[in-house]
Ligand binder design. Structure first.
Ligand SMILES: [Zn+2]
Length: 234
């Protein structure tokens, strides 16, 4: 038999912890005549089991269920849940690590970024990444368009190809060009360098505006100034 103090020492926990587990019904002590708690070997085993489950990340409610379960079904389903939870935590932590690296790179490049400062920096990083991905996607489709167009023209001219194939090539080229243009328009918005307002313009204003790789010459719909506005993912 062990007193609360002896059990605590044996399992390297505090007396208060044992008292708490006792109150929660996880441990069952025998009371002596003078009201003191005593635990047998079964109690010791039970406490060791509880501590192992704690180390595996289960909460006291889960542990209570595990202990009350006569077969191991509760434990098996809790293990599945726990594994899923830990995997999610690992995923979140690696995303945090990636964001930290991106933040570092971002700060090295843009110590004074003239964008919408009210937005969080992480939002900005994500958008910068998405805009980059969009541009790469559209560039790849653009290269395919060139291949299809020139392929069908050369095939028609030098190999006396059927006119149908030339027309089909032109049709695909037009459809893909329309697709990338619409896609680009829908997924971009602009930030006014004067008032930091984020806005979108009509398709025709957007299409015919002068532009550089990262900006477009547009009129801000808040301060009405015309500037080269910074392109952002929408
Ligand atoms: Zn403005």
């Amino acid at each position: 038999m062990y007193t609360t103090g002896q059990l605590a020492q044996k399992c390297n926990v505090s007396i208060r912890t044992i008292q708490y587990y006792d109150r929660r019904g996880l441990l069952h002590a025998k009371r002596t005549e003078n009201g003191l708690r005593h635990y047998n070997d079964q109690g010791l085993k039970q406490l060791q089991e509880i501590l192992i489950y704690k180390q595996l990340g289960f909460n006291l409610k889960d542990i209570q269920q595990i202990i009350n379960d006569t077969d191991n079904n509760t434990l098996k389903s809790l293990i599945v849940n726990q594994r899923r939870k830990i995997k999610q935590e690992i995923k979140d932590a690696s995303e945090q690590l990636a964001s930290l690296s991106q933040l570092e790179t971002f700060l090295n490049k843009h110590s004074d970024f003239p964008g919408n400062i009210s937005q969080s920096i992480f939002d900005k990083i994500k958008k910068t990444k998405k805009l980059k991905q969009l541009r790469i996607k559209l560039l790849l489709i653009g290269i395919s368009i060139d291949f299809i167009l020139w392929g069908s023209v050369l095939y028609f001219l030098f190999y006396q190809g059927n006119l149908i194939w030339l027309l089909l090539g032109i049709l695909i080229t037009v459809a893909l060009t329309w697709y990338i243009t619409i896609n680009y328009y829908h997924h971009t918005c602009y930030i006014c360098p004067h008032c930091s307002h984020q806005f979108k313009v009509s398709f025709s204003n957007w299409l015919f505006a002068r532009h550089t790789p990262n900006t477009r010459y547009l009129t801000c719909n808040k301060c009405h100034q015309k500037n080269y506005c910074i392109e952002e993912y929408y």
